[in-house]
Design a protein around this ligand. Structure first.
Ligand code: HEC
Length: 166
């Protein structure tokens, strides 16, 4: 009896070890595209933040959102206190009045847009920036696939300090 219990426990450890190896291999695959941020939230924290988003963003694919963000990265930082580049820093973008990142020189189109950024505005903006706010100086053609926009918005919500209303 004792022996078979020990064997079962040993077998369990082998299975657990195999599982966690599998997990690591999966993490490594995406590690190359992860931004190297020191105090970034952990993956379980990100998964929880994702699950807490309103639909359809709670089903967003963060890995795809992250790869879509490669389209923005040359012009935008998303970390807290990150510098403006060609475009303004996007930390805290959700709930922020359009055109109000301190010290950034916006076009009149964005400065006078008169709305607060939320997922709906961002979706229209990312689909067609120049169609949505004519006169903007953001030279980005647009992200045409609606699912890509959902994934990117979910990624941005998780990465830019968005807190759902309690
Ligand atoms: C070629 C550079 C460039 C690329 C690529 C780019 N942006 Fe921009 N972005 C800008 C500029 C410049 C502005 C300021 C626009 C203005 O003032 O008219 C801006 C403004 C914004 C704003 C409004 C910020 C605010 O404070 O109101 C958001 C949101 C935004 N970009 C998101 C994105 C996302 C997400 C992507 C990737 C899909 C992206 N941008 C790609 C240059 C870029």
């Amino acid at each position: 009896m004792r022996h078979s219990n020990q064997a079962a426990v040993a077998a369990l450890f082998v299975i657990l070890a195999a599982c966690s190896k599998g997990e690591e291999a999966k993490d490594d695959d995406t590690a190359a595209v992860k931004p190297a941020v020191a105090a970034a939230p952990t993956d379980p924290e990100k998964a929880a933040a994702l699950a807490a988003l309103p639909a359809p963003y709670n089903t967003g694919d963060l890995a795809n959102g992250q790869s879509r963000f490669a389209l923005c990265r040359s012009c935008h930082t998303i970390t807290e206190g990150g510098p403006a580049m060609t475009g303004p820093n996007l930390w805290g973008i959700f709930g922020r009045q359009a055109g109000t990142s301190p010290g950034y020189a916006y076009s009149a189109a964005v400065k006078s847009a008169g709305f607060v950024w939320d997922a709906e505005h961002l979706d229209k903006w990312l689909a067609d920036p120049r169609g949505f706010l004519p006169g903007t100086k953001m030279s980005f053609a647009g992200l045409k696939d609606p699912k890509d926009r959902i994934d990117l918005i979910a990624y941005l919500k998780v990465e830019t300090g968005y807190k759902p209303a309690p």
